[in-house]
Design a protein around this ligand. Structure first.
Ligand SMILES: *Cc1c(COP(=O)(O)O)cnc(C)c1O
Length: 409
């Protein structure tokens, strides 16, 4: 028998959404007549924008003709898409990026899980708590964390608690760390970061020779002018920050799979001998080895997001979800809960009633309102005592779910 990677045994037993599905199935099997509404898993429900559908058809036709057929594409994505990204997502905000700093991929999930590979095994990782579970888990199986204690904390991770008490803003680490995962607008809390606060992180990273892995998957949901859309809006960030973006939550690409990561040319890492090397070059090497880029058809569809029609249609999708967010926030508040988020993000983060744990509240909402949410504790130890609902349901289902919670809780 081969030896396996024992670090996998350090992962907490069940992935959060698997446990949500398990509990939901147990309840549904025992109550066959009940119609559940799912506001738990953060998956979009609106169909793709018409401009994207048109591009999909056209790209499919390209594949049908010898003259326009495409085989293997560039590992890092087609230039037609990367130049649109540079112009529309960054150029319009005064951020200049070269196309060779943009790496197109099949997902923000895989990018945020894979980035740790180009850093040394003994790098110390800092994580917002609670946060998207992928950052922790990818470092667990890479052997950087050790095992978790009963509360789910890994000995080797520096946790940055984000609770109502600090307005969901992580404090700078009180010790040296090498890799810092920041996610703003945040999943699950819905919190955002101001320019001033983000500047403090960039300054910290510069002073400590650390790297910030900045996950901006929810950038399109930002409405407040004081909130930066990209970390590169902050002076000095090009030397210390990698940014991940995705088409999943703005254009509804969760089933299409398209995202990208930015690694600026200025970013450098240090070897054991003290010599430095370009992180952009390392990441290029890694992508060339492990990827052939997302399908041509999908990249064409993504490029359509940047057309005037595409932009309007994506805006309309986001408006639908943000109206849901408003309904959820107002409804939970009317039900007596304290609610956060939902303004610059499609997540509502609510405090559970005093003395009720996240999972107990999950079970109660499931049993009484027949609504599936997500327990805050599943996103990290500091999420205990909170509960998340997503704004990604349909308008009708969202309204009905909130009505049920208001009347039955
Ligand atoms: C949804 C999400 C992503 C993007 O995931 P994809 O793999 O691109 O679908 C990235 N980060 C966070 C925090 C998310 O919630």
């Amino acid at each position: 028998m081969p030896r396996f990677n024992e670090y996998y045994l350090n992962l907490r037993q069940s992935y959060l959404f698997a446990e949500i599905r398990r509990r939901t199935k147990v309840f549904a099997d025992a109550h066959r007549d009940v119609r559940l509404i799912d506001l738990g898993v953060g998956d979009v429900t609106q169909p793709l924008p018409p401009a994207v559908i048109r591009a999909l058809h056209e790209a499919t036709d390209d594949m049908a003709r010898r003259e326009t057929f495409k085989g293997y594409g560039p590992y890092v994505g087609y230039e037609f898409l990367r130049s649109e990204i540079a112009a529309h997502d960054f150029g319009v905000r005064g951020v200049k990026l070269g196309v060779d700093e943009i790496f197109v991929s099949d997902g923000g999930k895989s990018d945020s899980a894979n980035l740790q590979e180009i850093f040394a095994q003994d790098c110390v990782v800092a994580l917002m708590d609670p946060v998207y579970p992928v950052y922790a888990d990818s470092n667990v199986v890479a052997g950087r964390t050790g095992a978790a204690d009963e509360s789910g904390r890994y000995a080797g991770v520096v946790y940055l608690p984000c609770t109502a008490e600090n307005e969901f803003q992580p404090s700078l680490p009180d010790r040296h760390v090498d890799l810092i995962y920041l996610c703003f607008p945040n999943n699950p809390t819905g919190a955002v970061v101001t320019r001033e606060a983000l500047k403090r992180w960039v300054d910290y990273a510069r002073a400590e020779d650390a790297v910030i892995l900045y996950d901006a998957a929810y950038e399109a949901y930002i409405v407040d002018a004081a909130v930066p859309h990209s970390i590169y809006e902050i002076e000095g960030a090009r030397e210390v920050a990698i940014e991940c973006r995705s088409f999943s939550k703005n254009a509804g690409f969760t089933g299409m799979r398209l995202a990208y990561t930015v690694v600026p040319k200025e970013m450098r890492g240090r070897g054991a001998d003290g010599k430095t090397t370009s992180l952009n070059a390392l990441w290029t090497r890694r992508v060339a080895m492990k990827s052939n880029g997302p399908p041509y058809i999908i990249q064409k569809a993504a490029a359509a997001v940047y057309t005037p029609d595409g932009q309007k249609q994506v805006r309309a999708l986001i408006d639908i979800y943000m109206e849901n967010a408003r309904i959820i926030g107002a409804g939970l508040a009317a039900a007596g809960l304290t609610v956060y988020g939902g303004r610059n993000a499609p997540y509502i983060w609510a405090r559970t009633p005093r003395g009720v744990s996240s999972w107990d509240f999950f079970d109660r909402i499931l049993a009484e309102a027949h609504v599936v949410g997500a327990p805050g504790s599943g996103f990290g130890p500091s999420g205990e005592g909170y509960f998340r609902l997503t704004a990604f349901g349909s308008k009708e289902q969202t309204a009905e779910a909130i009505e049920r919670i208001k009347t039955r809780l």
